[in-house]
Design a protein around this ligand. Structure first.
Ligand SMILES: Cc1ncc(COP(=O)(O)O)c(C=O)c1O
Length: 423
């Protein structure tokens, strides 16, 4: 090799591709994980509630505020241009990550809850009494209550697709529920209580055969798998930044261009209009039509950094690690006397909800916390699902790719400790 070729080779960009899977290195990216809680190392197993943030995300937001902060889409000065570029760059980053056809299909909102409310509000304008939305037994309240509000306003009906004991949807009953006057099927991709991963592409196919559009609540999916909205062929898909290692206060509604174009605005205010006089208003096209007022543009920058971070991980290794953690956790928890695990779907994300004989879930949560193990207890904003299983509350350990087998062992040991104290 000539000297010139050697220099050129040395200067060539690093070959792109995921970094090698190194759990210790990954954990070092999340500074919050490295701390003691109640005298024990923190085992953070409450990722379904909110996921922790890597330094890259924290720094991206701090850097934005340090160097580029200005309101977006409003002024022509340099900071405003940089901020606008960063905000719209984040939209493009999201578009690419979920494989939307166009940035105009990507609306920035506060999160999943706001996205579903927007859809219920907008679609509901064109619905009449008796029109039906189909939900499932495993929905989060975020995908139940907005439809109940619409039922109160417009007299629509809500039908519910049942599940079996393992926590899987009963798809045999779906075609009957999709018959007219069903206007929409709205369901979760991944259950926040059971971990069940629903076969969304198949479900969308069935729904579309019946002419029914599908809204997917992706709040729990984005942290565990790459989502391709075109492959799923869904009509709407929504998710929250904070559950996928990004900041709070920012989330995304994906909607097919034609659907969004047909939706009326959600809130009125600055930046969602073309022209305003006192007599009339002409609205902007999507996505701006749904982004009234000052948006969380710093949050969007943080969300793009979270996507960059995820993109740099080996997705295959991530999935293998999570599934191996799940299998190990099931094995350990099944060995605990008196422990009942809720949800045994064949295809599921690493979420484990359980009850232990003689121990109330809230007491379990408190005692686990004494050992530094952070879990969620309660109804998990899924009361109809709790009713299905006939329980008021469960303890839920929800895992992320940065969790370890050692943390699962600590969970199992802490459950033994709680049983010793209370059972
Ligand atoms: C399945 C599911 N849907 C919707 C939500 C609501 O998400 P957010 O509170 O970020 O709007 C959650 C939150 O836990 C969830 O788990």
């Amino acid at each position: 090799m000539t000297l010139a070729a050697e220099i050129a080779a040395a200067d060539a960009p690093e070959p792109s591709g995921p970094r090698p899977w190194d759990l210790d290195a990954i954990r070092r990216d999340f500074p919050i994980l490295n701390q003691q809680v109640n005298g024990a190392p923190l085992a953070y197993l409450d990722n379904a509630a909110t996921a922790q943030k890597p330094t890259a995300v924290i720094e991206s937001i701090a850097d934005f505020y340090r160097h580029d902060n200005a309101n977006v889409h409003r002024a022509v000065h340099a900071l405003a241009e940089r901020a606008t570029l960063a905000y719209e760059g984040a939209r493009e980053r999201v578009r690419g990550w979920i494989n939307a056809r166009s940035v105009s299909e990507v609306v920035f909102l506060r999160g999943t809850t706001e996205a579903i409310n927007l859809i219920a509000h907008g679609l509901g304008q064109g619905w009449s009494a008796g029109d039906r939305v189909v939900l499932t037994q495993m929905e989060h309240h975020a995908n139940i209550v907005p439809w109940q509000l619409l039922r109160e306003r417009a007299g629509i009906d809500i039908a519910v697709l049942p599940i079996n004991d393992a926590g899987e949807l009963d798809l045999a009953g779906l075609p009957r529920l999709l018959a007219p006057p069903t206007r929409l099927l709205a369901l979760t991709h991944v259950s926040n209580v059971l971990g069940t991963v629903n076969p969304i592409a198949d479900i969308v196919h069935i729904a579309h055969e019946h002419g029914v559009p599908v809204l997917v609540d992706g709040a729990q999916a984005m942290a565990h798998q790459r989502v391709d909205v075109q492959a799923l062929d869904c009509d709407f898909y929504c998710f929250s930044g904070h559950k996928m290692f990004g900041p709070t206060g920012i989330g995304v509604l994906y909607g097919r261009q034609a659907h969004l174009a047909a939706l009326p605005p959600w809130q009125g205010g600055g930046e969602m209009i073309r022209r305003v006089t006192f007599e009339r208003v002409r609205f902007a096209d999507p996505p701006q039509r749904f982004e009234a007022g000052t948006q969380d543009f710093a949050g969007a920058v943080g969300l793009a950094a979270a996507i960059d971070y995820l993109d740099n991980l080996d997705q295959g290794a991530l999935a293998r690690h999570e599934q191996s953690l799940l299998r190990y956790a099931v094995e350990r928890l099944d060995a605990v006397p008196g422990l009942r695990l809720i949800g045994r779907a064949a295809h599921r994300a690493p979420v484990l909800s359980f009850l232990v004989d003689g121990v109330h879930a809230h007491d379990m949560g408190t005692l686990l916390d004494r050992k530094g193990v952070a879990v969620r207890t309660g109804h998990h904003c899924a009361m109809p699902l709790m009713d299905f299983y006939g329980v008021p509350a469960t303890t839920r350990a929800s895992l992320a790719f940065y969790n370890t087998r050692d943390e699962i062992d600590r969970l199992a040991d802490a459950i033994d400790y709680a049983r010793g104290v209370l059972a």
